[in-house]
Design a protein around this ligand. Structure first.
Ligand code: TXA
Ligand code: MG
Length: 383
């Protein structure tokens, strides 16, 4: 009940912030969020968190698997449920900047500029941990970390949950380690058995669709550890700083692929559908020809084809019957939103291989290609 009261207060207090958090959230979520029964669900989820339970909750990027960040037993349950290695720290989700400042040592001015510009939103800042906090907070209870990753999510249900719980919520993406991240409550249900998660808060699909941009703000310059919807260009513009370690085509690929993993999560197999995946890079007609040949050589198998409409056209009026098509949007925001659901769809359709067309690596395209390459375990073919 206490949690429900807090929620009522917070909804009023947040006022403008909550309204702003609605931007980009689907009408279905807006409507759901305002309903009394959904508010009761948030209160219930907050009570579970306060009592050391584990709750899967929606964010605008992907669903998170949350626990009270200061409850070691609860955090350990999150690691166990995910099958996550203990050396891979978690993101702490907070509801406002004051809560962020309680977790970190004075961040540099450029970090605050980023927070001001993009919170609430799909940005995680890795900062020096406040000296008096328990060494393990932000990671596995058996590991000490000098830094913490923090973000304020934009999804209204996530914000309301954090406020009602009254504590930072430690949450990795709510998928089993190595599986594509979840962008709907259905995806969470696919990965977890009852008992592993105490409650799943259903907040419709995550509209960004890929995980937050992770930026290390412990040094003189921001360093992108994981690309996301907040792009390199946006970060450079906001901070008026030039990011070091730019490499790759058109200077777009950030540090991620080329650097030693400063963000431990980047070294593990990720986002992988069950079928071996290949990324095809080249002219539309070459990509189409390559896939046609694969379909022809493997008549008894279902071949997953993940290409743009324009590329599919090159496969002729009557594409092979063993090809299973899922359209890939040429619009980066839409491609990002659909990516993880599409990978899971290929699993559901039992394809034995997936051929995906490479997208242009600019803006959000950098983050999409980062996830696609990981899904393909680096298997990129020039055709
Ligand atoms: O959008 C997101 O970020 C989602 C939603 C739920 O907020 N969360 C998410 O969490 O993607 P996860 O655990 O799947 O990815 C967190 C990434 C990992 O690569 C992890 O290594 C990195 O952030 N990370 C977290 N804390 C860190 C730290 N203190 N230092 C370096 N990297 C850190
Ligand atoms: Mg993850």
């Amino acid at each position: 009940m206490a949690a429900e009261l807090i929620f009522e207060l917070v909804t009023e207090l947040l006022g403008a912030a909550a309204e702003c958090a609605f931007n980009g959230v689907t009408a279905a979520v807006k409507k759901k969020y305002k309903r009394a029964d959904f508010r009761k669900k948030i209160a219930k989820a907050a009570d579970i968190i306060q009592n050391g339970g584990v709750v899967a909750f929606p964010t605008e990027t992907v669903y998170g698997l949350g626990a009270d960040a200061f409850n070691a037993t609860a955090v350990e349950r999150v690691y166990a449920a995910k099958g996550r290695p203990g050396d891979n720290p978690l993101i702490l989700h907070v509801a406002n900047v004051a809560q962020f400042l309680e977790l970190v040592e004075a961040p540099p001015a450029y970090a605050l500029a980023l927070a001001k510009a993009y919170w609430p939103g799909p940005l995680t800042l890795i900062a020096k941990k406040k000296y008096h906090l328990p060494g393990w907070v932000g990671g596995h209870p058996f590991n000490a970390t000098a830094t913490v990753g923090v973000r304020i999510p934009k999804h209204p249900a996530a914000l309301a949950l954090i406020q009602a719980a009254g504590c930072p919520i430690a949450a990795p993406s709510a998928n089993k380690s190595g599986r594509p991240s979840p962008t709907s409550a259905k995806h969470v249900k696919e990965d977890f058995a009852t008992g592993e998660v105490d409650m799943i808060l259903d907040g419709d699909i995550s509209n960004v669709g890929i995980e937050s941009t992770v930026v290390d703000v412990t040094g003189d310059f921001p360093v992108i550890l994981r690309p996301g919807a907040i792009t390199r260009e946006m970060i450079e513009k906001t901070t008026k700083l030039h990011l070091p370690n730019a490499a790759g085509p058109a200077g777009q690929t950030t540090s991620v692929a080329s650097q030693a993993p400063r963000s431990p999560g980047m070294k593990y197999r990720h986002y992988a559908p069950k079928a071996p995946t290949s990324i095809l890079q080249g002219a539309e007609k070459n990509i189409a020809a390559y896939i046609l040949q694969q379909c022809e050589e493997r008549p008894g198998e279902k071949i997953g084809v993940y290409v743009r409409e324009a590329t599919k056209k090159h496969m002729g009026e009557k594409p092979p019957t063993n090809a299973v098509f899922i359209p890939l949007s040429g619009k980066p925001e839409t491609a990002a939103q659909n990516l993880f659901n599409d990978l899971r769809q290929f699993d559901a359709k039992n394809v034995s291989a997936i051929f995906a067309e490479a997208l242009t690596e600019a803006g959000v395209g950098v983050a999409i290609m980062d996830r696609m390459r990981k899904a393909a375990e680096g298997n990129v073919l020039d055709v």
